[in-house]
Design a binder for this molecule. Structure first.
Ligand code: NAP
Length: 250
């Protein structure tokens, strides 16, 4: 009975179980299951897989980078980004495991962003510096958009603090929220304190999908900006993960 799941610290916001199980049903894969595994500490993943013998799993906040040292191999995109959101579990005849990591966030974000990009979106601000922010940066490099990270720890190349970011937004007309700020249940929070600098030329993309309109996106829309939430990206990364889970054995 093929079994898959999502591992993260807090999963109340997640739509992954519903999405995967609807997809299994639609494809007639009634014996496939997908479950959520909340854990305070990802610990030793091989011990976890002894208790829960998954065939593959997704990884979310805050373990996308922490999982990397426990993998046997990574695909080139995940290796370049240094963060993994999909792990395929290969079992040998002697029951030993081979864990291969992938990053489907990055191509999912790129494919979701491309139809929204206008020729004036040449510079971007990425809010946050975690695994999702690195996947966004990978996609922006592929799209030819220059970017800087906005961080609470602004020291370091290619980074700035929130106190300077609002000025940079005069040139950077693409702003991507890759922090969890504003996500359910903290829906009154926003990572962007200066909505007044946003204009109709801005494209504001929030990787959060729950709520569907975060405070960041609602305030940006009031300024006439184009807004996009993370649901399209979520579906795309899940579809790419599905293809990895069900790919024929190498
Ligand atoms: P993460 O590693 O926990 O956090 C990302 C970064 O956000 C951190 O490195 C931090 O950067 C910043 N941050 C965290 N808490 C903050 C706070 N209270 N105030 C300001 N900044 C804060 O998370 P992640 O895995 O990268 O994911 C980020 C978000 O993207 C989450 O909401 C996740 O659900 C969403 N996501 C959505 C999709 C999708 O398919 N739609 C896919 C992946 C992720 P600094 O310390 O540098 O400030």
């Amino acid at each position: 009975m093929p079994h898959f799941g999502l591992i993260g610290r807090r999963l109340a916001h997640s739509y992954s179980k519903v999405y995967f199980e609807e997809k299994f049903r639609a494809l007639g894969l009634q014996d496939c299951h997908y479950d959520l595994y909340e854990t305070e500490n990802i610990g030793t993943i091989r011990d976890f897989l002894k208790r829960y013998p998954l065939d593959g799993f997704n990884v979310t906040i805050p373990y996308k980078e922490a999982i990397v040292p426990q993998l046997d191999d990574m695909d080139p995109v995940a290796r370049e980004i240094g963060a993994v959101n999909v792990v395929k579990v290969h079992r040998a005849a002697d029951a030993s495991l081979c864990l291969v990591g992938y990053n489907t966030d990055a191509p999912a974000f790129r494919d979701s962003l491309l139809p929204l990009l206008q020729q004036w979106h040449r510079e971007a601000l990425i809010l946050g510096t975690g695994g999702a922010a690195k996947a966004v940066a990978w996609a922006l490099r592929r799209c030819g958009v220059a970017y800087r990270f906005v961080s609470r720890s602004p020291e370091g190349q290619g980074r700035m603090g929130y106190a300077d970011a609002w000025r940079a937004a005069r040139q950077a007309l693409l702003i991507v929220n890759a922090t969890p700020v504003g996500m359910y249940p903290d829906v009154g929070d926003t990572p962007w304190q200066h909505p007044e600098v946003l204009t109709a030329k801005h494209l504001c993309y929030d990787l959060i999908y729950n709520p569907s309109a975060t405070r960041f996106l609602r305030e940006a829309a009031l300024q006439g900006a184009t807004v996009q939430n993370g649901l399209d990206m979520l579906h795309r990364q899940a579809d790419l993960a599905f293809d990895i889970f069900f790919a024929p054995k190498p």
